[in-house]
Ligand binder design. Structure first.
Ligand code: CAA
Length: 388
């Protein structure tokens, strides 16, 4: 197996790294503190092609492959996990799903602005009573008598970018008797009547990524905005999340790398008992375990990204298990590495003077959103045993 990157992949990795280090790193702590949405940076990332890495240029994206996407995500997340999740939702949850299941008109109308960062996208799946059990949603979409539009009522929660997103992909029940097969997907616009944003959620980490509830109160969605076939919404939500989970795994790896690299510097500089703390075996154990888990995460992410790319090129099937393994392992690695990094830095790791405590807070969400670690384990186990 050859892990050498192509010229194009190196190009986007370098562009993402340069932007992340020069434009995001200097402001990440201030955005974390204020919780302000980093709109200017997101627009500039759009201009660099980072909001639609795999989106064909004809629809406003960079037209690159699935490996280029994870390389760019890792670099952005290394600088700031909040920027990274906004990027991830635009790329994998919004654009990827519409490119896969949308009509030509939908692609032209909705993908271009999101892939170029001119607008922000959201993914409206979770509800107050249905998180892990995503099929248990209550939001209803009823076709109007004249068949021109759907009337949507219900509440979606924990919507990443919800307070600012102009467009969203929404999942709602169209046939309550059919369970998961009675759910359909729709493209919704935030500036229509009946689309009501709730208050911004106060969060432990990724504080600059805005999150809120969205309520639909007799919202009228044009019939032509149904995304994919009626009743196929849940299946499409799951297959889009397969791609999304690779993005979150990359976000987790970026966070882990930032904490790891800071720790390497610190164990060389910081002295105790007359020697650098890196000379102590207990520190060496931490560093070795951090590095090993990071590299294992990277390989799982590359494996999943390659499987996804093969599917995109028509040479492979589902990559559900690869994506779940990458997300599970990388998110738990992010938690492990940031925990060790705080410990290595001691008081400085706990202080807001340094970014280590931010990495620690940001890492936690990667074990929760786009399917908890428990759900990833369930998906992996079901796929290898066939037992449900
Ligand atoms: N690809 C294609 N089809 C899939 C699929 C996949 N990955 N996973 C399931 N399906 C299909 C099944 O084959 C089945 O199809 P049939 O009707 O043909 O049999 C159908 O979907 C129903 O599947 P299951 O019976 O497996 O469904 P389930 O109810 O048992 O639950 C689950 C599946 C894996 C638990 C799912 O509910 C799940 O992933 N839950 C986690 C939810 C989640 O990840 N939410 C993320 C919210 S978005 C977010 O977090 C974004 C953000 O903030 C950044």
């Amino acid at each position: 197996m050859d892990f050498r990157l192509s010229e194009e992949q190196e190009m986007i990795q370098d562009a993402a790294r340069d932007f992340a280090q020069s434009q995001i790193v200097p402001v990440a702590a201030a955005f974390d503190e204020s919780g302000e949405f980093p709109l200017d940076n997101i627009r500039q990332m759009g201009e660099l092609g980072l909001m639609g890495v795999e989106v064909p240029q004809a629809y406003g994206g960079a037209g690159m492959d699935g490996i280029a996407y994870v390389l760019a995500m890792i670099e952005i997340a290394k600088a700031d996990a909040a920027h990274a999740v906004i990027m991830s939702v635009n790329n994998s949850l919004f654009c990827y799903g519409i490119l896969k299941n949308g009509t030509e008109t939908q692609k032209q109308k909705y993908v271009r602005d999101i892939a170029s960062g001119k607008k922000i996208g959201a993914y409206l799946l979770t509800e107050p009573q249905s998180g892990s059990d995503a099929a248990a949603m209550n939001t209803q979409a009823k076709l109007s008598k004249d068949g021109s539009h759907f009337v949507i009522n219900g509440k979606k929660s924990w919507i990443t970018s919800g307070p600012v997103a102009e467009y969203g992909v929404l999942f709602a029940v169209t046939d309550p008797d059919k369970g998961a097969r009675g759910i359909s997907a729709f493209i919704v616009e935030a500036d229509r009547p009946g689309y009501i944003r709730g208050k911004k959620e106060p969060k432990l980490g990724i504080r600059a990524s805005a999150t809120c509830e969205i309520e639909f109160d007799n919202y009228h969605c044009p019939a032509e905005n149904m995304l994919g076939e009626p009743g196929m919404g849940f299946i499409s939500a799951m297959s889009v999340l397969d791609a999304g989970r690779i993005g979150i795994a990359s976000q987790a790896l970026g966070i882990a790398l930032a904490a790891y690299e800071a720790s390497i510097e610190y164990v060389k500089e910081r002295k105790a008992f007359g020697q650098p703390i890196g000379a102590f075996q207990m520190t060496q154990t931490k560093i070795a375990d951090m590095k090993t888990r990071i590299e294992a995460s990277r390989l799982l992410i590359y494996q999943a990204a390659i499987a996804k790319q093969s599917q995109a090129e028509g040479n492979g099937g589902r990559f559900t298990t690869e994506a779940a393994m990458a997300k599970l392992f990388a998110s738990e690695t992010a938690m492990f590495v940031t925990h060790q990094a705080v410990q290595i830095h001691g008081g400085m790791g706990y202080s807001r003077e340094m970014p280590i405590e931010r990495y620690f807070r940001d890492a936690k969400i990667t074990e929760i959103y786009e399917g908890t670690s428990e759900i990833q384990r369930m998906v992996i186990s079901r796929s290898v045993t066939g037992i449900r």
